[in-house]
Design a protein around this ligand. Structure first.
Ligand code: DGT
Ligand code: CA
Ligand code: CA
Length: 564
């Protein structure tokens, strides 16, 4: 699918236009289209073939033409033109937190800065400090932003890599016997360095030749008889290995990592007088396991350890003591707690959302639109909430397939009170409280107050971080966990691909405090409902079991839990 490639280009056009100081509506049009294409679950080529591009949210005449142009020619002329004017290296500086288009213009005009090194230099020699809008604090912020940017550079979000992986697997499947992801992607880390793929095939050379000739390949880094590394059009590195079928399990184990998990495993093998490598588990020269992963762990005296746990965070010790958690599974998830409808800033009608959720196998969902003070996101007036609730009642009466809960994502205001009166909150089936404003103002205290309100069921995206963009609120998480446990408030695992908040480690800590976690896709369009899967990945990486995750409970339990 070309969806992601085109989404990427639209995002970059948006960035460049912003830098140029163009009309915000124009900039937004590209960004909105980009987001919409990222979330689309249908192939753009198919939609274009049926002449239905204009039906995609955020796709108007001009954008539709550009999509068609890319599908026909593999490029978009407008992008090629403005790219010449503004080299990518400069535009990529916009990804640094604290560097906006204004700062970038200043850097361009004053210093003719061309890249990150140039920016670091003017920070270092203090020539940036003191310029208009460049107080010491601002410069310090940019410096911190650079550190964050450097750490994330070259890493790809799990939610971006997974669709690409599926696409590649579909293409390779007819040519190979077994195929699986490996590396951090198989461990479902929130961001990955590269996509590792492992296969077995009769003729490895043929598979390699086929792989490097696929249309998404931009550049070939290395190719051999049994492996190849390429850079995809999206700039993501993909490593493919073809291994003999009797060592598939050993190779899968080895290349799944993590490195530190494997090092521990190797020392266990040594204790037992064995040797482990990517070809198998050996006693002397005799191979005793290697065909599949299960037999390797078994031969080492361990139960199977799921890939998501292989981070050397105590999983090997737990395996030895037979105390590994039985991780929550995707098919145990009964509902989605966090979906926006067209009443606030979502794209779709509640009826369509319920239909789609039903086809994904969910039995309930909570429509949680934004509350009144979040004006930029179409927050609902009290009157609109009541009107929406009536529609939900009507839909629930009409169809019993999926139960729709009357929820709201209610803002926590500056003083810690909520954005609606309690009388309205009591009318709702589910209340998610969230901070969207005042990130630096007493976040811990405000969240405490929200959790102490008996009408609040869940705290949304508790740390406010964005994986690729910002670190999150300053808050005392331990305190939050304590109060959540005390007040029986669940904490969200927001499954939107750039949030994943709480993350894996914090979810695990929350569980240790006795807190329940609630996964919500935070969908704003139908295509986003699939992100629920990312939330489950976080839960599994956080050692969570079925009982720790609110979404596995039947509705009767969840609604009863309210206000008790
Ligand atoms: P990434 O790509 O940075 O997100 O992280 P990984 O874990 O996917 O790392 P990658 O792609 O460099 O290598 C894939 C796996 O292969 C890694 O998790 C463990 C294994 N591996 C690679 N190099 C070594 C090594 O030198 N020693 C050991 N024991 N394992 C290695
Ligand atoms: Ca990797
Ligand atoms: Ca790799």
């Amino acid at each position: 699918m070309k969806n992601q490639e085109i989404a990427e280009i639209f995002e970059k056009i948006g960035d460049i236009l912003e830098f140029k100081g163009e009309n915000p509506f124009k900039i937004n049009a590209y960004r909105r289209a980009s987001q919409s294409l990222r979330d689309l679950s249908v192939d753009l080529e198919k939609i274009a073939g049926e002449r239905k591009l204009r039906g995609i949210p955020g796709v108007g005449e001009g954008i539709a033409q550009k999509i068609e142009e890319y599908l026909k020619t593999g490029r978009i002329k407008k992008y090629e033109e403005i790219k010449k004017e503004f080299p990518e290296e400069i535009i990529s500086l916009l990804k640094i937190p604290g560097v906006g288009p204004k700062t970038l213009s200043l850097l361009d005009q004053k210093f003719k800065i061309k890249n990150l090194a140039g920016l670091e230099k003017v920070i270092e020699n203090k020539s940036l400090t003191g310029l208009p809008g460049m107080g010491e604090k601002k410069v310090k912020n940019i410096k911190k932003g650079i550190e964050f940017f450097e750490k994330k550079k070259g890493r790809t979000l799990l939610g971006v890599a997974l669709p690409l992986l599926d696409e590649i697997i579909d293409l390779l499947k007819p040519k190979v016997e077994k195929i699986s992801s490996a590396g951090s992607l198989r461990r479902m880390k929130e961001d990955i360095g590269d996509i590792d793929i492992l296969t077995t095939a009769k003729n490895s050379r043929k598979v390699i030749d086929y792989f490097i000739s696929l249309p998404f390949v931009e550049r070939i880094l290395a190719r051999g008889e049994t492996k190849a590394s390429i850079i995809s059009k999206k700039g993501i590195q993909i490593d493919l290995r073809v291994v003999p079928s009797d060592s598939y399990g050993a190779a899968l184990q080895y290349f799944t990592g993590s490195k530190s998990h494997n090092i521990k495993l190797r020392s266990i093998a040594k204790e037992k007088g064995m040797k482990i490598n990517e070809y198998g588990l050996f006693k002397g020269t005799r191979k005793i396991a290697g065909k599949n992963e299960e037999e390797i762990y078994q031969a080492l005296g361990l139960p199977y350890i799921p890939p998501e746990l292989r981070e050397d965070q105590g999983e090997i010790e737990a395996a030895r003591e037979k105390t590994l958690p039985s991780l929550v599974k995707f098919d145990e998830i009964k509902g989605d707690f966090h979906i926006h409808s067209e009443y606030s800033d979502g794209e779709d009608s509640i009826r369509m959302i319920a239909e789609t959720a039903g086809s994904l196998g969910l039995s309930y969902l909570a429509i949680c639109d934004h509350s009144q003070s979040v004006k930029y996101a179409g927050g609902l007036s009290i009157k609109d909430v009541l009107k929406r609730n009536e529609e939900i009642d009507y839909l629930n009466k009409k169809s019993k397939r999926v139960k729709i809960l009357k929820g709201m994502e209610v803002d926590i205001l500056a003083d810690g009170t909520l954005d609606y009166p309690d009388a309205l909150l009591r009318e709702l089936d589910l209340v998610i409280a969230a901070i969207h404003q005042g990130f630096r103002k007493n976040v811990t205290g405000r969240m405490r107050k929200a959790m102490q309100n008996p009408n609040v069921d869940i705290i949304a995206h508790p740390t406010g971080r964005l994986i690729s963009k910002r670190e999150g609120y300053r808050l005392d998480l331990d305190k939050i966990f304590e109060i959540a446990a005390e007040t029986d408030t669940a904490l969200e695992i927001n499954a939107c691909y750039d949030r994943l908040d709480l993350n894996d480690n914090n979810s695990r800590r929350a569980k240790d405090f006795g807190v329940k976690l609630a996964i919500g896709s935070d969908s704003h369009s139908l295509g986003m409902l699939k992100y629920l899967k990312l939330g489950v990945a976080v839960a599994r990486r956080g050692w969570l079991e079925k009982k720790d995750v609110l979404n596995t409970y039947p509705l009767t339990k969840i609604l009863k839990r309210k206000n008790v």
